[in-house]
Write a protein that binds this ligand. Structure first.
Ligand code: ZN
Length: 196
C-alpha cells in the first residue's frame, strides 16, 4: 500500500519537477537569442569596451541539454543570418561574436560542393600539421583590418554533431582549416591579431 502511494505521489510530482527544471541556457542568453528571433544579431567588436572583454573570455562547452533546447536552433539560425549579412559578410562566426559565451561556431565549408555554412558544437583541434602557410585574414569583430596570419595547412578536428551530439572527428585542410583555426581561437578568447 505504502509503495502504491509513493508511486502515485511520484507520478504527480514528476511533471512539476520537469517544469521547475531551468533551461541549460541562462536567462541573459535566452533573452538575447529570443529577441533576435532567427534574424541577424549585433556583432561584438573590439571598438566597444564591453564587447572587447566578452571577446577575450573563454567560452563554456555546450551540453546535450543546450542543443536540445529551442534556443539552440534559434541561435545557429541567427548566427548564419549574421555571417551572411551582405553588408558585413564573413566565412565563419563564433558564438561570442553575437554575445553568447558557448562553444559553437559556424564555418563555411569551401571544401564541400555548394560551400555550405555548417554548425560545429564544442569544436577542438586535436592535431595540426607542421606545415604552415601565410594567408590574409579579417574578422567581423575587428573592423576595417586585414592581415597575413600563419596557420597550419591541415588539422584534425573533433566536435559534437549539432543534431545528435555524437562525437565526430575529421581531417580538414586548406582555407577551410584556416577558418576553423580562426573560429576556434574565438572560443578561447583569442583574436587573429594576437597571432601576427
Ligand atoms: Zn573572427
Amino acid at each position: 500500500m505504502k509503495q502504491t502511494i509513493k508511486k502515485y505521489l511520484l507520478l504527480l510530482v514528476s511533471p512539476l519537477l520537469m517544469v521547475g527544471c531551468g533551461s541549460a541556457w541562462s536567462q541573459g542568453e535566452r533573452r538575447l537569442i529570443n529577441e533576435a528571433a532567427y534574424s541577424r544579431m549585433r556583432v561584438t567588436t573590439i571598438a566597444c569596451k564591453a564587447d572587447s572583454l566578452l571577446l577575450r573570455t573563454v567560452c563554456s562547452p555546450l551540453t546535450r541539454k543546450h542543443i536540445e533546447a529551442p534556443e539552440f536552433g534559434r541561435l545557429v539560425a541567427s548566427m548564419i543570418e549574421t555571417v551572411m549579412d551582405p553588408e558585413n559578410e564573413g566565412v565563419g562566426i563564433a558564438a561570442p561574436q553575437v554575445g553568447i559565451l558557448g562553444r559553437v561556431v559556424v564555418v563555411q565549408r569551401f571544401d564541400k560542393a555548394g560551400t555550405p555554412f555548417e554548425v560545429y558544437v564544442n569544436p577542438e583541434i586535436v592535431a595540426r600539421s607542421e606545415s604552415v602557410a601565410l594567408g590574409p585574414e579579417g574578422c567581423l569583430s575587428v573592423p576595417d583590418r586585414r592581415e597575413e596570419v600563419a596557420r597550419a595547412t591541415e588539422i584534425i578536428l573533433r566536435y559534437r554533431d549539432a543534431v545528435t551530439f555524437e562525437p565526430r572527428e575529421e581531417v580538414v585542410e586548406g582555407f577551410t582549416a584556416v577558418i576553423f583555426q580562426h573560429e576556434i581561437d574565438h572560443l578561447d578568447g583569442i583574436l587573429y591579431i594576437d597571432r601576427l
